[in-house]
Design a protein around this ligand. Sequence first.
Ligand code: GDP
Ligand code: IMO
Ligand code: MG
Length: 432
Amino acid sequence: MKADVLLGLQWGDEGKGKIVDFLASEYDVVARFQGGPNAGHTIEFDGKKFVLHTIPSGIFFPKTMNIIGNGVIIDPFILRKEIQNLTNLAGIDVYAGLKISNKCHLILPSHRLLDAVQEQSKGISKIGSTLKGIGPAYTDKTARCGIRTGDLLLPGFEQKYASLKESHMRSIASYNLDLQSVLIDGHDFDSYEKQWFESLEILKKFEQVDAPYFINKALWDRKRVLAEGAQGTLLDVDFGSYPFVTSSNTVAAGVCIGLGLAPSSVGKVFGIVKAYSTRVGSGPFPTELNDEMGDALRKQGNEFGSTTGRPRRCGWIDLVALKYSVMINGVSHLFLTKADVLSSIDELKICTAYKVDGVSSQNIPYDLSQAEPVYESHPGWKADLTTITKAASLPVELKNYIKFIEDYLGVPVSIVSVGPDRTQTILRKQYK
Ligand code: GDP
Ligand code: IMO
Ligand code: MG
């Protein structure tokens, strides 16, 4: 057996959580392989809504085992809140349905503080980080001084913590910024740190696994494994619009590193694409609409960050960027989300090329901020899609819009999502 991968092809928030949840009952294992609580994956069913940050989106199916792989970084405080929410609102036994790699790096309270001061000091060139401590925690991982989940069970943890915190505090002091005003999720540092330590006790209750052995054994035992990406391809630290990116490899290759899988063990790659584009945080965004149309997309699509509540920047779909994402990830099937949001727009635009220095190109330039979008217009559709259940019943204009995307990208669109609920998901072409 091979592990299938599901990931975002844009700047995140494509609707990955919704689709993983939709697919989860077909899989024995769902595994997160990178990122941390900067992710916000929304799942809706039976009139309830959940936003997951660290826990994989297969958690609602008792027969599916969820794994947090070694490529993920964990903030115990945020994980505890997620667990409480799932227990209280859905009665989920998270301890039974989730195992955690022993090699996940921990996000310390001082990583959160560092993230805040580093962003503050950048002024107008700030990344627009989620302020979850992602950059500093991955920095310590590659600098070989991070603390891992496995360390929790060994003697000397408190000492390791104290020495890493001290080095962070020295660095923070050098910024000469007003620390009194910096709150972490509404708490001052001491109160946050206290709750962080309490949360470690919850983290310790989970079974720790060696992810490579666990995942490879599952495949040898003919179990079906789905790897769930966070963020999106254009936020990848190597392949995204650097430096306006996150700090992990969000692309399909990240699955091998984040779970301990050989490239030959990766099967299908499901690319999630929003029917338009959004981006939250700073950085170039060629098809961005800073006008009434952009506002309308934000309102209609409820485009406000699942993690931070920030308004998302909105724009037309960008096939140049998507073609690049399809190439890097080896996407085998596309799943198109939020098609319903485009209903009742008279004229839709699709970016099919960039102009860079006046020259037309279908490649991503080194500096994406230099790309001017070239559009083709498409007639919109007037139908309410949210109650449609069969692909054949989709309006002809949407069928043409999808066919255009498919032809340009050379990959089939297998699923069309027409609303946030689990049931608002239409099978168009087989993906199994
Ligand atoms: P993720 O990070 O990729 O999992 O996406 P988010 O959960 O951050 O953002 C996607 C948002 O769109 C969430 O509020 C979802 O509930 C919602 N959503 C997902 N699919 C659809 C869809 O097809 N139509 C509409 N209207 N909303 C959707
Ligand atoms: P999901 O998994 C959208 C963005 C931030 C910022 C940049 C760096 O829900 O799709 P970081 O906190 O990682 O240092 O922020 O990346 N970002 C996301 N944008 N969806 C996400 O995750 C994101 N995770 C990080 O807004 O621009
Ligand atoms: Mg999200």
